[in-house]
Design a protein around this ligand. Sequence first.
Ligand code: NDP
Length: 248
Amino acid sequence: MGRSAIITGGSSGIGRHLAIAFAQAGYRVAFTHRNDGAAAVEVVAEITGAGGQVRAFSSDVGDPASVTAFMDEACDWFGDAPDVLVNNAGIQTWAPLLELSEERWDAVIRTNLTGTFLNTREVGRRLVAAGKGGSIINLGSGCNKLAFPKLVDYTASKGGVEQFTKVAAVELGPHGIRVNCVAPGAIETERTRAEAPDYAETWGSVTPLRRVGTPADIAGPVLFLAGQEAGFVTGQTIWVDGGVFTQA
Ligand code: NDP
């Protein structure tokens, strides 16, 4: 049986590219989306058109019942627990601390941090029960290295994801399950372009590699961590930011 991967938030941006890249690498891919069914249908069509195997599921990463139902269906299709989980779904908007609403705070923590916990717990339980190892990759953020104003909710959630990764790696390591984090810098996606039309120029000009990142730049390290080439790597964060958050 071939390898299988679950990717949360596969209908746009980095997650969309991850779904396509994993399918191209021969994985059977199950990805989730929240509300844009049309975008998910497009991703499925692109992958199946190229001969890949993929299914899209509507699932809210922050809702325990929804996560369990999705995992049941995905694992039925795979015929086993997945080999790989990528906790990619995430949300981000900008708001000053003193104007941040509880609703906004809750939504960001629920999606980015609780979503990572719920999906990891669900897959972890299934991998342990199946007696097989696996690889879990969490999407952090380069912003953890600095302190960006107006991103207090997002930064807190992604800081939590990074620390969650370490503890999960220690607890799940004895079961052969590796847990790592990929922390992107400035990556040009539909979302970031919509937020700032000059996003690529602005970030490209201050990044040591003199360009903005692309979803493909994230897919490479995620695929590496998913595979046996990274079989002794766990509890780590790989910064994929062109050096922008490394410089003084
Ligand atoms: P996008 O906004 O383009 O895509 C986010 C994806 O997550 C969509 O598929 C969306 O589905 C899904 N999603 C959001 N909320 C939920 C939910 N509650 N349940 C299930 N799915 C959900 O984001 P990016 O591609 O830009 O970012 C992907 C990840 O990378 C995020 O974790 C982000 O924080 C991280 N990151 C991105 C950076 C960047 O520069 N782009 C930089 C650093 C980190 P739907 O469309 O249906 O809502």
